[in-house]
Write a protein that binds this ligand. Sequence first.
Ligand SMILES: Nc1ncnc2c1ncn2[C@@H]1O[C@H](COP(=O)(O)OP(=O)(O)OP(=O)(O)O)[C@@H](O)[C@H]1O
Length: 359
Amino acid sequence: MILKTLSVLNYKNFDSKTFNFDTKINCFVGNNGVGKTNVLDAIYHLSFGKSYFNPIAKQNIKHDEDFYVVNGDYEKHEQIEKIVVSLKKGQKKIIKRNNKIYDKLSNHIGFLPLVIISPADRDLITDGSETRRKFMDNVISQSDKVYLEALIKYNKIISQRNALLKYFALNNTYNKDTISVYNEQLDNFSAIIYKKRKQFIEVFSPIFQQKHQAITNRKEQVSLTYSSDLEQECLLNLLEQHINKDKALQYTSVGVHKDDLIFEIDQHPIKKFGSQGQQKSYLIALKLAQFEFIKQQSGDVPILLLDDIFDKLDEQRVTQLLDLVNEATFGQIFISDTHADRTERAVKQVHQSYKIFNL
Ligand SMILES: Nc1ncnc2c1ncn2[C@@H]1O[C@H](COP(=O)(O)OP(=O)(O)OP(=O)(O)O)[C@@H](O)[C@H]1O
């Protein structure tokens, strides 16, 4: 799968710009703030229908404009695929594949597999569990539609149940039957999500270990474990046991929407006990494992976005990283960096074709 051409219109700091890409390595270089990350984010948009960096869709429209368009021409399985994501202020976002509008964004997820490595990944360590759940959901969803559907439905019912708990509190009332209907639906979808997350970690964790060893030469022991309320009991029982708490809090306090991934180094939380360098290696290993997992599951080589790559690695390690990806049957890579010369030195050593875009 190759992104041949990208055109953006009123996207963040760009008014109108077109890029024709190399099939292997593409580097965006230039000073701080010229829009290197924005180009990577536009490519991310084409795979996920949204920004990696800014969840508020309308803030991706260029200041003082009222719409944006991101257009990508891909070659996939010898077919040309035209993907267009557009948003007009006050309207719903539209995603088209070959001029046909998708009914649901979820139908597009996984069609153009992609992995991004960015300085913002540190949020995976520093933020609360939601960021780690989103990471896990992103990896599994790119190759499992049943999972994505179950997740969307589960989240919808959780919102409805929370709204009902609020309504009960506000009106000083309670109806066990209505809550039970939600509980049963949640139990059904959470069983699917829990099982698939468990299966995912069983396959993903050894890949992560292997990537971590490859980039650190086995210096320290790291682990990645899945933690869920459902380890104790099925959700139906848990919801019944926690109903008084939920009524008091006015939201659902147990379930797979509280799951977490535990990141440890030498059996201690990496957030508290990992050095900066150890945390960066952990994150890179996590992202390379994501790349490998998606490649194995989907059969497609994901596009790789390396944002501000020298933030995490020195020059020698960047070359090692590119080699690692190169070994994994080469996909297309997009790199952003402030220094044209060091980027070019690193990519030259991979002996693949490349293009440098000065922004
Ligand atoms: N909606 C928007 N409209 C106009 N400009 C925007 C919008 N959103 C972001 N920008 C601008 O985009 C620029 C940041 O772009 P980007 O993050 O891609 O820079 P960069 O080249 O990656 O920089 P760095 O090297 O510092 O990471 C900023 O100048 C910011 O003001």
